[in-house]
Design a binder for this molecule. Structure first.
Ligand SMILES: Nc1ncnc2c1ncn2[C@@H]1O[C@H](COP(=O)(O)OP(=O)(O)OP(=O)(O)O)[C@@H](O)[C@H]1O
Ligand SMILES: [Mg+2]
Length: 296
């Protein structure tokens, strides 16, 4: 990290919430293993993820910087989605999944005993590969989360603000009562982003959000991500190398370690650095081989 980026990190994190989940057992953020604590919104420390007896991801430690876009790249099956889902406890919904290690959000262990996973998912939202609007109107899709949280007032403004935030307002403002399912794929994905930002998250996880979209819709979402960076931290999984290099500030390369004896395939974090460094001067030859298309 250059001194300049380091300084920028420090200025962006000051406005963030100090004790986001009313958790009592807060660990000071200064325990971070890598970059300075003020830069970091998610501190991942020695995380392993198992599905039953199978270890899908092993020994991941990394510090996700606040108000930046971090990309996860790596071959299919290396555990990108698995790791991403640990960041907002989505793996809780998979009965065989088990996570150990720690993930601290603003210094709070999101797997701590007093933490409500629903609150975690409100603050750390997720957008999936396939746009998945509810079979409801555009308005009701966006108002869904806030209503669930008991909000009844100011919904019109919140819906408009969220749709504007997702760069969809101008296209749908006269058809808010129409079904979300009647939109194009790219519009549906922006609707899903609007639905996510309506609950005012801090972090947005995106698992291959553009893989079902055409190139124009893809560029639209990439522009949107860049615009959103001032207000959100974004972590995106992508198979598209150009996308990772175009849109992200930092890139993590994961790969699969195959055990000689058992043949077990376990995902590991190989390298995490500024995107420019990963794409021009990777320090691990596996990263370079993947990026240049010689592997994976
Ligand atoms: N629900 C599940 N139950 C059991 N094993 C799973 C489950 N989800 C993923 N896995 C396994 O965990 C490993 C990592 O899968 P994951 O989907 O995280 O990889 P990925 O890097 O996202 O791959 P892709 O690029 O194909 O999306 C794979 O071996 C996969 O088979
Ligand atoms: Mg995946």
């Amino acid at each position: 990290m250059t001194p300049e980026t380091s300084a920028r990190f420090q200025t962006t994190s000051e406005s963030k919430v100090a004790d986001p989940m009313q958790e009592t057992t807060t660990t000071p953020a200064t325990d971070a293993t890598a970059t300075p604590a003020t830069d970091t919104i998610l501190e991942v420390e020695d995380v392993n993820v198992h599905y039953g007896d199978f270890t899908a991801v092993r020994g991941v430690s990394m510090a996700i910087p606040s108000n930046r876009i971090t990309a996860f790249i790596g071959p299919s099956g290396c555990g990108k989605s698995t790791l991403l889902r640990t960041f907002n406890r989505m793996n809780d919904l998979i009965p065989t999944a088990r996570v150990d290690g720690s993930i601290r959000y603003h210094g709070v262990d999101i797997y701590g005993p007093k933490v409500d996973p629903v609150e975690v998912r409100r603050r750390i939202g997720i957008v999936f590969q396939k746009p998945n609007p509810f079979p409801k109107s555009i308005y009701d899709n966006v108002a869904y989360g806030p209503r669930l949280m008991g909000r009844t007032k100011g919904l019109d403004d919140l819906v408009e603000e969220s749709l504007r935030g997702a760069a969809l307002w101008d296209e749908v403002k006269d058809n808010l009562d129409e079904s979300g399912l009647a939109l194009s794929g790219g519009q549906q994905q922006r609707l899903c982003i609007a639905r996510t930002i309506a609950t005012r998250p801090d972090v947005i996880l995106m698992d291959e959000p553009c893989s079902a979209l055409d190139p124009i819709a893809t560029l639209r979402i990439e522009d949107l991500m860049r615009e959103m960076r001032d207000d959100y931290t974004i972590v995106i999984v992508t198979h598209n190398m150009q996308q990772a290099s175009r849109v992200s500030d930092h890139t993590a390369f994961l790969s699969v370690d195959v055990d000689d004896q058992t043949g077990m395939r376990t995902g590991e974090l190989i390298e995490f650095d500024d995107t420019e460094t990963i794409f021009t001067a990777a320090s691990d030859e596996r990263t370079e081989a993947y990026i240049t298309g010689r592997f994976g």
